[in-house]
Ligand binder design. Structure first.
Ligand SMILES: [Zn+2]
Length: 199
């Protein structure tokens, strides 16, 4: 059965089951208000739970007229146990969506050709993956989503339902909770300094 989809901000298409979480995550990204994003469940995402990518059909239309997908896996890592969106706590889901929106912020800065090259390197180079994941988390933390991002990391790294190979992949390629805390602290220091300058 097709899930009901809601149009939000005139340009976001969101499945009803994640509407609240998506709205909260989007509220941290006012820069994305005019950007078209379709959140869509997909059966066969390779190796990840969610994936943000530009729509190929309007990739070359110019940075501001591009639109994006956030694909989400309805079922995840079916090894011995099945793991679905319904098993994910709300805060973790918000953090996950916030991370994907961070990828879109990063994609917005790139040219179309840059994105094509990025797509190819992302598949072949683990150094490139690390850089992209760091960029996404950095956008999310700097947007004020640090607590959510940490909740998501903790969930992934400590959740017994996820396979060891997935946890190992996350630990190898993604920022650790400690690295996220460093970003949060840096942000706090910058904000404090900005406040000092203002007063
Ligand atoms: Zn990512």
């Amino acid at each position: 059965m097709e899930e009901k989809k809601i149009v939000y901000q005139n340009n976001k298409i969101i499945p009803e089951s994640i509407l609240n979480e998506a709205k909260i995550a989007l509220s941290y990204y006012p820069d994305l208000e005019d950007i078209e994003i379709e959140f869509r469940f997909k059966e066969d995402i390779k190796k990840s739970f969610m994936q943000a990518q530009p729509k190929v059909s309007n990739l070359f239309k110019g940075k501001d007229s591009r639109s994006y997908y956030i694909f989400m896996s309805s079922k995840f890592l079916i090894e011995e146990e099945e793991f679905s969106m319904a098993d994910v706590p709300s805060d973790v889901l918000i953090g996950w969506l916030g991370h994907e929106l961070g990828h879109i912020m990063d994609y917005r800065e790139k040219s179309a050709m840059g994105l094509v090259i990025f797509g190819m390197r992302y598949v072949t180079s683990s150094r490139y993956i690390k850089e992209a994941e760091r960029a996404a988390d950095t956008y999310a933390v700097n947007s004020g989503m640090g607590d959510y991002i940490i909740a998501t990391k903790d969930f992934i790294l400590n959740h017994s339902h996820l396979s060891e190979s997935y946890k190992e992949r996350i630990a190898r390629l993604y920022l650790s909770p400690e690295e996220i805390l460093v970003l949060v602290n840096e942000l706090e220091e910058r904000l404090e300094e900005a406040e000092k300058e203002e007063s």
